[in-house]
Design a protein around this ligand. Structure first.
Ligand code: BTN
Length: 276
């Protein structure tokens, strides 16, 4: 197994800021937890916290993030942008775009994104992003963006209901985690520079979202609704056109693209109350 050491990460890294300070752990509870503690202690922008294994890796909606040791990229990046807290989702967007671009460039796999924060390969989840922020008076003090990516992971190691995949599963061979990480950091940094120059990422992000323009089912804590995933706004909110014509704006939930027969059945129903 290729070693994911600080020296290996820095050797050939082409960024100016991201990943220039590295905190590597063979095992830690959660790289996001470490990065948040470092942020509170004044760590510099671009600090990378990375681990070969997490004992309490966390996903969105308080879920666990599972990854056998040494198989994945499990890391968190510290940003200190001049942004209103309501606009922190731009960081999730640029990180998703950077990961997608790096996977495509290194492996030629058709990586895509799925609202709100999934990294998809051939219709299955291959990674996810968890952004956590600290703010005062509506301004961001810092944001930690945690990224988990199934690289050389045998999917049989994960529960089947996760419907997960990995780069290894899709390629039939392993991928260098160091090279992939270096490329991810480079692409995220390029997007971050554009963001700092005032170029908002939502349009590019929208064009990388695989479920946009499709009929979908959205699962939330309150239940499920079906509709057309019509658009995303600058803050990353999803506009869902319900079957009764209402436009529902949502910021969280799990999105499932409906199969063509499910979608056709929904359209035949015509306007009516949303399914809950
Ligand atoms: C999701 O899809 O729910 C987001 C998953 C984010 C997982 C990563 S792994 C590195 C970082 N540390 C964590 O505890 N979580 C994120």
């Amino acid at each position: 197994m290729e070693a994911l050491t600080t020296t290996a990460i820095l050797n050939g890294l082409r960024t100016h800021t991201l990943g220039r300070q590295v905190a590597y752990y063979q095992t830690t509870a959660s790289t996001n937890a470490v990065a948040k503690a470092l942020a509170a202690q004044g760590a510099v922008e671009g600090t990378l916290v990375i681990a070969d294994e997490q004992t309490a890796g966390r996903g969105r909606l308080d879920r666990r993030w599972l990854a056998p040791p040494g198989t994945s990229l499990l890391f968190s990046l510290l940003f200190r942008p001049q942004l209103a807290v309501a606009r922190a989702s731009a960081l999730t967007m640029i990180c998703g775009l950077g990961v997608r671009q790096a996977i495509r460039e290194l492996t030629a796999l058709p990586a895509q994104l799925k609202w709100p924060n999934d990294i998809m390969v051939r219709g299955r989840k291959g990674g996810g992003i968890l952004t956590e922020v600290s703010s005062s008076a509506e301004r961001l003090d810092w944001a930690v963006v945690g990224i988990g990516l199934n690289v050389n992971l045998p999917v049989a190691a994960l529960p089947a209901e996760f419907r997960a995949t990995s780069l290894q599963q899709e390629l039939g061979r392993s991928t260098s985690r160091v090279k992939l990480l270096q490329l991810i950091l480079l692409h995220i940094e390029q997007h971050y520079l554009k963001l700092q120059a005032g170029q908002w990422p939502s349009h590019e992000w929208a064009s990388a979202l695989e479920t946009l323009g499709q009929r979908v089912r959205l699962h939330t804590a309150e239940g499920a609704v079906e509709g057309l995933a019509e658009a995303v706004d600058d803050e990353g909110g999803l506009a869902l056109r319900l079957d009764d014509g209402q436009l529902l704006k949502v910021w969280a939930g799990d999105l499932v693209a409906l199969t063509s027969s499910e979608a056709a059945a929904g359209e035949e129903k015509g306007p009516g109350p949303p399914t809950r």
